[in-house]
Design a protein around this ligand. Structure first.
Ligand code: NCD
Length: 338
């Protein structure tokens, strides 16, 4: 395998080159093809210590990171906020430093505030520590592993034979719903446009502000340059029918009430009528469009219950199962580069 990987931390996909995407997807595809019957663990992370520090709830991200680390033979420790010293006032940084002192090689961090994984990574750099930080979702900012799962799932849908992110070049992907509060959508924007896909964002102005068209135009503060020379375009559509009609795939997003500062939606029934995907919408599309969702799904809001259960159309189960090989690939590449 080409060894061009140079990331000790994975915080934001704005830092990923096309080679990085190829490395993760190709390796994930190899892990995915290991037959279940030969379920011996791979020794790649033997003697390594991985801790999951989720200061915010999670079902699939945490479980799949832990399963991925175990499949690579790592020692895995789960930090649970409710039974920890957080309740005694310990900060997330001091919690992280506690695991570093125990010898953690990788900390997988989720926090409701933007920037926490980066702050921990900066602090470790200052201390000269080698522990890697893998961002499992920070505030509204970034959720790299989920966007890599989505990219892998789409690449496999468009070409099941081989997994190559360049298959997305020239394709149009609709991202529908609560873009404003979605760290997944922000990471999707970096990854999809890096691979040459055009993205059409669809939703009401309160959830999809016009400024998102400029999202990938400049690297985030603190990052000197964009490793991608030519990105796909971002546009906005206020009509679900129009967005679906010009797209090759659709990613819908949860209405994230817990992250909304104010009530930005009049009511969920109206939202579902305007932006919830059902079979009728898909029947009138010119292409056969798969529907993805990072989960958790609100049945009957982002999509109809029937679409969610239609395995021909809805790739949610595939996203969940692809979560394991993608996270194995990230863990493997980080450790291999040490
Ligand atoms: C997402 C998250 O936590 O950002 N879920 C996930 O990790 N798969 C999306 C969400 O919360 O809606």
């Amino acid at each position: 395998m080409k060894q061009m990987w140079k990331h000790n931390h994975v915080i934001d996909l704005s830092e990923f080159s096309l080679e990085d995407y190829i490395s993760v997807l190709e390796l994930a595809n190899r892990f995915k093809s290991i037959p279940k019957s030969g379920s011996r663990k791979l020794p790649a992370l033997q003697g390594r210590f991985v801790a999951t520090l989720f200061f915010e709830p999670s079902t699939r991200t945490r479980s799949s990171f832990e399963l991925a680390a175990k499949k690579l033979s790592a020692d895995v420790q789960t930090f649970s906020p409710s039974s920890s010293s957080l309740s005694k006032g310990e900060s997330p940084l001091d919690t992280a430093l506690t695991y570093v002192a125990m010898g953690a090689d990788i900390l997988i961090v989720r926090h409701s505030s933007t920037g926490v994984p980066k702050q921990i990574a900066n602090h470790l750099k200052m201390l000269g520590k080698q522990t890697s930080i893998l961002n499992a979702g920070d505030g509204l900012h970034s959720h790299p592993s989920q966007a890599l799962v989505d990219l892998f799932t789409l690449a496999k849908f468009f070409n099941p034979e081989e997994v190559n992110p360049s298959i997305l070049k020239g394709k149009t992907i609709a991202i529908i719903g609560d873009v404003l509060h979605s760290r997944v959508a922000r990471s999707n924007l970096w990854s999809l446009t890096a691979c040459g896909a055009n993205v059409v964002l669809c939703g009401p102005p309160s959830l999809v502000p016009e400024e998102f068209c400029e999202f990938t135009k400049t690297p985030p503060p603190g990052q000197l340059e964009d490793p991608i020379q030519h990105r796909g375009q971002i546009s906005i559509s206020r009509s679900l029918k129009e967005a679906l009609n010009k797209s090759d795939a659709a990613i819908t997003l949860r209405i994230q009430k817990e992250r909304m500062a104010e009530n930005l939606l009049s009511d969920l029934d109206t939202y579902h009528r305007e932006f919830g995907i059902n079979h009728k919408h898909l029947k009138f599309c010119s292409n056969r469009i798969p529907v993805l969702h990072p989960g958790p799904v609100n049945r009957g809001i982002e999509m109809s219950s029937e679409v969610l259960d239609d395995k021909e159309i809805c790739l949610v189960d595939k996203q969940v199962s692809n979560g394991i090989p993608i996270r194995m690939a990230l863990l493997y590449l980080i450790i291999a580069a040490k």
